[in-house]
Write a protein that binds this ligand. Structure first.
Ligand SMILES: *[C@@H]1O[C@H](CO)[C@@H](O)[C@H](O)[C@H]1NC(C)=O
Ligand SMILES: *[C@@H]1O[C@H](CO)[C@@H](O)[C@H](O)[C@H]1NC(C)=O
Ligand SMILES: *[C@@H]1O[C@H](CO)[C@@H](O)[C@H](O)[C@H]1NC(C)=O
Ligand SMILES: *[C@@H]1O[C@H](CO)[C@@H](O)[C@H](O)[C@H]1NC(C)=O
Ligand SMILES: *[C@@H]1O[C@H](CO)[C@@H](O)[C@H](O)[C@H]1NC(C)=O
Length: 323
């Protein structure tokens, strides 16, 4: 009698242990960059050889949101999770993970219920949403600082040139350059405002474009400033500085095109080095201009004193006509 009872007990115990065992995942995270979201549900001891023996049910906040009926090989997602699916073929290796479009994903606790003939089990996975910044904080700062610095340095150069060569420069030129400089400054500021740190979005992407693309204007302005300063013109140093800027522009435009549509941009450093090169060239331009301007102050008076007043007059008139 006793042995029989023990056998019965053992039998029920082993039936009780014939539960499906899950590889527990406490939570899954997604960000704005996930196109699809996978909520993991892994069964460690599936024995079924045939899908017909399997049944899967997913629940969210105690509401059924998805069924898979292996007997019919049929999936039925709830209307609010219409993109949800599992991969039936993976079920036999224990994978009942639910996949869905990000737009259908709602953070919260999801329950995965798997049945295999008489064995069954369930596990709960919390789906969390995590906010990720498009660029890293340091990258954000540099991307905004370099172009702003470059624009400020341009204004510095322009200030030196207009103060120094006031008499040689026509009003129209000053007005044209000021207006272009103003447009450039506004574009960069608007870009920086749109670009304020946060998740990837079209607004931020267009802000980045507004910060980077107008650098073309900056280079044209640099060229004009070199040209209106009679002593600088197209000297080798000016040409080298312009070439460096064009190079910086090319690098930043390539960087921009690689980053602008990437939710997790890998080429931020390329973009930033381009912007940094431009700012550096503007800085060198300012130093150069200051140097030339102060040198001239020292050289000019004696030269002028030697020349005949009439010649000096002709020369300055000629210069004006040249411009
Ligand atoms: C979101 O994407 C990341 C990176 O591709 C991935 O590691 C993660 O598992 C995804 N999250 C979900 C919930 O699918
Ligand atoms: C569960 O985890 C074990 C050990 O880490 C692993 O061998 C097994 O493949 C996992 N099961 C599934 C279905 O991924
Ligand atoms: C189950 O249905 C899917 C498509 O709904 C099909 O690709 C797959 O081959 C079917 N599997 C079986 C075992 O019938
Ligand atoms: C779908 O979502 C709405 C709002 O979240 C809810 O009221 C409704 O009951 C859901 N429908 C189903 C079938 O769960
Ligand atoms: C999900 O369940 C865990 C554990 O029961 C709980 O701590 C957490 O607050 C729940 N999350 C939500 C969004 O209800």
């Amino acid at each position: 009698m006793w042995p029989l009872l023990v056998l019965l007990l053992l039998g029920s115990a082993s039936r009780g242990s014939a539960q499906l065992i899950f590889n527990i995942t406490k939570f899954a995270e997604y960000t704005t960059c996930n196109k699809t979201v996978v909520i993991p549900c892994l069964v460690n001891n599936v024995e079924a050889q045939n899908l017909k023996e399997m049944f899967v049910k997913w629940k969210f906040r105690d509401k059924d949101i998805f069924f898979y009926d292996g007997d019919k090989n049929e999936s039925s997602p709830n209307i609010n999770f219409s993109s949800a699916f599992i991969v039936p073929e993976a079920l036999l290796s224990g994978i009942a993970s639910l996949k869905m479009a990000k737009s259908h994903a709602v953070p919260g606790n999801y329950t995965c219920e798997v049945t295999e003939l008489t064995r069954e089990g369930e596990t709960i996975v919390e789906l969390k949403y995590r906010v990720v910044s498009w660029f890293s904080p340091n990258e954000n700062i540099l991307i905004v600082i370099f172009p702003m610095l470059a624009v400020l340095l341009f204004w510095g150069q322009f200030g030196i040139v207009t103060l120094k060569y006031n008499s040689n420069i026509t009003k129209e030129k000053i007005i044209i350059i000021s207006v272009a400089g103003l447009v450039l400054s506004i574009l960069v500021i608007v870009g920086a405002v749109l670009f304020i740190p946060g998740e990837y979005s079209t607004k931020r992407a267009s802000g980045l474009g507004l910060i980077v693309v107008p650098t073309v204007i900056l280079i044209l302005l640099q060229y004009s400033v070199f040209m209106i300063a009679p002593a600088i013109g197209m000297l080798p140093i000016s040409i080298i500085l312009l070439i460096i800027q064009v190079l910086g522009l090319l690098i930043s435009v390539v960087g921009l095109s690689l980053c602008v549509s990437e939710c997790t941009p890998m080429h931020g450093p390329l973009l930033i080095s381009g912007l940094g090169i431009i700012a550096l060239a503007e800085l060198l331009g300012l130093v150069y201009m200051k140097f030339v301007a102060s040198n001239q102050r020292a050289i000019q008076p004696p030269r002028k004193a030697v020349e005949e007043p009439l010649n000096a007059f002709k020369e300055s008139k000629g210069m004006m006509n040249d411009e």
